[in-house]
Design a protein around this ligand. Structure first.
Ligand SMILES: NC(=O)c1ccc[n+]([C@@H]2O[C@H](COP(=O)([O-])OP(=O)(O)OC[C@H]3O[C@@H](n4cnc5c(N)ncnc54)[C@H](O)[C@@H]3O)[C@@H](O)[C@H]2O)c1
Length: 429
């Protein structure tokens, strides 16, 4: 079968190493034939790797989209605030669109994107890789088989990892609400999406607590300068000392983010001049580093979710209490345990099943491969109805994230009926 042709807007980390890598590994499925990227080094690298001729290389998404529809698919891999405009324009031009999360920076813009997908009849696939990991797909399957009965409560945690958090949410692109969005949206819209997808129900009310408690000026070691390379007295003991994080032998992500040139000199220069050399306690970050969310679904099931910056590793856990049993899982260990309550059997004899789903190659526990393949399959099958259902869940997850942030910021419980209706009015759809 011939591969589907696609254009790419934004050849950064995700564009190059996420969907770009998928196309190179699956040439029978996907072929990029045009690219838009303002950074010449990134644009040329992408064009060289995918064999794109110069006349199909553009400096911006606007220029690329001004050419009309160059292929059936458009992948939008720009930063968070640059999703809505190209996403809308691409659907209007007749592209089926693969859009990075978060969909948009406000609930009303999320609803507008969904409305554009409906009005144009295009597929709008949001890049939520977790839903397409073998792990979460197996959890969903087990729930669908009724293995633990009806969901009564969902407990989920996301431990971001001290090094990942400091890279992305203190020094990096997602450190400020006004430039990207709150942590519960930029990082945890994936978790909110998983909760909405597994619960298969609308959220009724939400509360949330949390804030920025660690990465603050007052927690800086005595005498720490603004940049790690300027003679920090805490360099031996500080877990966030930038040269240790970025000037070692490893050059993959997240080190690859600080400079396209991975030589030691280029990386050192990036730390001297760029954002990743800054002391984590002297940055301009303002997003939360710890947050919890409690929500109630219409059917009565409750969600509790916690995200934390201060963990050693990056990992997610899930525990679902059902009417007939419980399910516990650890994404990175790829482990799912189901324990059914069986009448007459004492607790220590509960039947235990452990599922270790096969993991595919690709980032996000196989989800990067899964979501790209899912999109290609949807387009090939022309399955617009299931694409619309899937989009509706992504929208629900985004609304949950926005409502949780408002609940955290205002210290009040959010009624989702009111929240949805206000967002719908503001969106004008
Ligand atoms: N789905 C996931 O699991 C996941 C994981 C990480 C990041 N993301 C999201 O992916 C998106 C991209 O993140 P990233 O880490 O690749 O960022 P990045 O900064 O590495 O890449 C964005 C690229 O867009 C380019 N760009 C800027 N303006 C442009 C324009 N007008 N036209 C075309 N290109 C333009 C930039 O030069 C840059 O190369 C973000 O929205 C981020 O939140 C998603």
């Amino acid at each position: 079968m011939a591969p589907l042709e696609a254009v790419l807007i934004g050849a950064g980390e995700r564009g190059t190493f996420g969907v770009g890598a998928f196309a190179l590994a699956h040439p029978q499925d996907l072929k990029f034939t045009a690219v838009a990227e303002p950074d010449a080094a990134r644009r040329e690298r992408f064009a060289a790797w995918h064999g794109i001729p110069p006349e199909r290389c553009f400096a911006t998404g606007t220029e690329l989209l001004a050419q009309g529809r160059l292929a059936p698919l458009c992948f939008i891999e720009t930063l968070d605030r640059d999703h809505v405009e190209p996403g809308t324009r691409a659907m209007e031009l007749g592209y089926d669109v693969f859009l990075e999360k978060p969909m948009a920076e406000s609930p009303e813009k999320v609803l507008q994107l969904q409305a554009t997908a409906e009005a144009t009849g295009r597929i709008l696939q949001i890049c939520h890789p977790l839903r397409y990991t073998p792990f979460y797909m197996r959890v969903k399957e087990l729930l669908g088989q009724g293995r633990i009965g009806a969901i009564r409560s969902l407990s989920m945690t996301e431990s971001v990892g001290y090094w990942h958090y400091s890279h992305s949410y203190v020094r990096g692109n997602w450190r400020r609400q006004d430039e990207s969005g709150p942590l519960i949206l930029t990082k945890c819209c994936h978790d909110m999406d998983i909760a909405a997808w597994l619960a298969d129900d609308e959220v009724e009310s939400v509360v949330s607590l949390g804030g920025r408690i660690h990465f603050r000026e007052e927690n800086a070691p005595a005498g720490a300068p603004a940049r790690c390379l300027d003679g920090c007295p805490a360099e031996e003991t500080c877990a966030f000392f930038a040269p240790r994080m970025y000037l070692g032998a490893r050059t993959g992500w997240p080190v690859s983010v600080i400079s396209t040139d991975s030589s030691l000199e280029a990386r050192r220069r990036a730390l001297e001049q760029g954002p990743y050399g800054r002391c984590v306690y002297h940055c301009d970050n303002d997003v939360a580093d710890h947050q919890s969310v409690s929500a109630r679904f219409r059917g009565g099931a409750v969600l509790d979710f916690t995200v934390r910056a201060n963990s050693h590793d990056c990992y997610r856990t899930i525990r679902i209490a059902g009417s007939e049993g419980e399910l516990a899982g650890h994404l990175e260990r790829n482990e799912i345990t189901v324990r059914r309550f069986t009448a007459g059997i004492p607790e220590e004899e509960y039947r235990v099943e452990v599922h270790r789903p096969f993991i595919e190659a690709g980032g996000h526990s196989g989800g990067d491969t899964g979501v790209a393949r899912h999109f290609v399959d949807l387009v090939r099958r022309g399955d617009r109805a299931s694409a619309a259902r899937s989009l509706a869940i992504a929208v629900e997850g985004h609304l949950l994230a926005f409502a949780a942030e408002e609940a955290r910021a205002t210290g009040s419980a959010m009624d989702m009926t009111t929240f949805r209706s206000n967002a719908t009015k503001a969106s004008g759809v």
